[in-house]
Design a binder for this molecule. Sequence first.
Ligand code: GLA
Length: 756
Amino acid sequence: MSACITVDKDKRIYKIDTPNTSYVLGIFDDEGFPGHIYYGERIPDTDVAYLARCSEYAFMPSVNPRDRSSFMDRFAFEYPGNGVGDFREGAILVKDAKGHECTQLTFVSDRIYDGKPELKGLPQTFGYISSGKTKNDKYAHSLELELADPVTGLRVFVTYSVYDDSDAIVRSVRIINSSPADMILEKAMSFAMDMDSDDYELITLHGSWARERMIDRRPMGYGKTSVGSIRGESSHQEHPFMALVSKDADQDRGNAYGFSFVYSGNFLAQVEKSQFDSLRVMMGINPHNFEWRLGPGEEFPAPEVVSVYSHDGIGGMTRSFHDLFRNHLIRSPYLHRERPILINNWEATYFDFNTDKLIAIAKEAKARGIEMLVMDDGWFGKRDDDNSGLGDWTVNEKKLPGGLERLVSEVNKIGLKFGIWMEPEMVSPDSDLYRAHPEWAIAVPDRDPCRARNQYVLDLSDPEVEEYVWNAISSVLHSANIEYLKWDMNRQLTDLGSACLSDTTQGELSHRYMLAVYRLQERLVNEFPELLLENCSGGGARFDPGMLYYGPQIWCSDDTDAIERLKIQEGTAIVYPLCSMGAHVSDCPNHALGRITPFETRGHVALAGTFGYELDITGISERERDLIPEQVKDYHRFSGLVRDGDYYRLASYSENGMYDCWEVASKDGKEALITYVQVPAKVNAGSRRIFPKGLCDDKKYIIKQIFPDEKQVFPSEKDGENDMQPLAGETLMKTGILIKNQWGDYKSVLLQIIQA
Ligand code: GLA
C-alpha cells in the first residue's frame, strides 16, 4: 500500500497513512482544538475519534466552561500552546508586544496536496526518490494545518508529509507574526505529540568525545525526561534522537516510536509523563539561549522532525530510518556509488609531515589497492600543533614546497585521488586572521572568551565572515584537483556574543550560526557537485540528519579501536545507514586507548562503514601491509551490499558483554553478509547460535565462510569446497548458524549467505 492522506470533513478528522502505519488527528470542540487521536499500525477507518476521550471530559469548554483547565490540562493537543490552562510544557513560547506569553492555537484551515513544501535554508527530507533521475514530487503527500491565536495574531502552519515508499512521517512548523507589532519567539518546537503512556521505555544516545552514541534504555518516569544540546552542535554528549518502545520491544518485536531531528545545532528532545499517564513528546531547537525576533508579517521556519512507528521492534524502526535517509535525505551523487578507499594521515603523522612523507604513504597505499590520500590537519598557515594557524588557509610551503598543486599532481601521478581536511568555522588566537579581525570571533564584550583546543569560533552570523569562509574553502578547492573534503569542527560554542548582531538579536546567534553553516555547505555542494564531502566534528559530534543532507558520510568517532567501534557503530546505526558512517582501519596499540586487536578484525569492523585506513602504511609490519589487498578485495565485493542493503542487529556486545554480530541483507534477499566479533575469549565454551534475517523463506542458500580460513561455522561451505547441502532461508532463519568459540580475544568471522 502506498501513503495517502484522507479527511473526514464532517467529523473534522485527518488520517495520514504510510504503507504500514496510520496517524490520526482531529479538530475538537467549537473552538477548534487540534488534537491527537492515534499513531500506530495502519488502520482502514478514519473515525476513531473516541480515542481522544472527549466523552470522558466533564468540562468540554463549549459545553461547560466552569473548569476549563481540567480539559486543557488533559486534552491530547497536537501543537500545545502556553499559559492558558494546560500545565504541561507547551511547544511554543512567544512574548507579545505587551510582554505577555500566553498562546492558544486553534484551527483555521487545512490543505492536502501532493508533494512536500520546501523549508527555506534548512536541511530536509525531499519528495522524490534520490536514486531516481527526475526531481518530482509524486512520492510525497502533505497535510498542512493552519492554526492561529486570535488574541496575539500568531499563525502557525503545522505540516505533515509522507512518502509512498517510507513508514516515516515528517513534521515541520512555520510560525508567522500577523500582528502589527514585533513578537519574540522564545521557543518553537518542531514536533509535539500527546499519546497514551502504555508503560513505554525511552531509548536515547549519550556519549563523550571518542565515545559517541552509546545506547541508553530506561523506564519512563513521571515528570519531564529530556536530552538536549546547548553546545551549538548536535554534540558528542547527547543526540537529536529518541525512541519510545514497549517494554517487550527487541530487534524483531514490539512497538517502537522513533523521533529524529533534522538539525545540527542546539536541540531538545523531551517526554513529559503527566498525572493522567499520558506522554507529551516534543522535539525542536533548544529554547535555552534561543530567541527570535519576528517583525510584523515575518515567518520563522523550524527544522523538521522525522517520526517512525514500527510494529516490528527496534530493528523495524531502524530500517525505516535507513531507507528514509537513503531515499529522501542524502542528496550526494556518492550515495549509491562505491566510495574510494582512502588513507588519512592523521593517526599516521599528526602535524609532523611533509611532501616526502605523504608521497611515501601514497606509494605504499597505491601498491596495496588504496584509492585516495587524504591530507589531514597541519598543512596550512603556521600549524605544527593545535595552538595556532586556524583561519589562515594558505599552504605551508615549508612542509609542502610547490603548494597543493604540486603535491596533488604528484599524488595523482602515483594513481591516487586526493582529499583534504579543513576546519573552516574556526580561528586560532595565534593567526593572521585573528590579528586582523579579532571582532570576527564569537565573544561577549569585556569577557575573555572561553578557549577550547586553543581556538575560537568564527561569528558566521556576520555576512562578511561567512563570505571570508566561503572564499577560503572555494579557493583551496579550486587550487588543485581535490576530490574529497573533510570538514571538521573541533569545538563548541560559548560566550554567545556577536559584534554584528544588535542588542535585541543576540539571542539569535546560535541558530543564525547554523543557518550560515548550511548556506556554506549548500554553496559547496552546488559549486563542487562531484566533491565527496565527509563532515566531522572532533570525531562524531555533528553526526546528524542535518549534515547528511549535504555530505553522504560523517566521521563517526576519533576512537578507531575496533572493539570500541562495535558500540559506537551499533548506536549510530540505530538511526543512520551504514553507508554514512566513516570507519577506518588504524594502527595498534590503538591511539585512543592502547588496545591491540587483530588487523583482520579492524578491517571487518571498518567494512560496516565507508571503509578506509588511518595509519602509517610505511611503518606497519610487512604482514599487516600484506593483508590490505585482501581487505580491499572484500570491500569491493561487499560495499554495494553494505551501502544499499537492510541492516539487522543479530547480537550486541554492549548487551551481552561477549560478542557482537550484525548482518546486511540485500533487499531482494539474494545475498547477506554477517560479521561476528568475539570480544573476550572464553575457555571451554561451546559454539554460539546466530539467527540470520532477511532471507527468502522458500529459496535455498549456501553459507560461505569468508574469514577465517579454518572452518568455524556450521553449516558452511568454504570457498571452492562444496560440502554444504543448500538449506531453505526459512530453515536457516529458524534454526540458526553455529559459530565456534574462537581462540583468543577480539576474533572476527565473516560469512556470506547466497542463494544456491
Ligand atoms: C578532529 C578529527 C580528527 C582529526 C583532527 C585534526 O579531532 O576528528 O579526525 O581530523 O581533528 O585536528
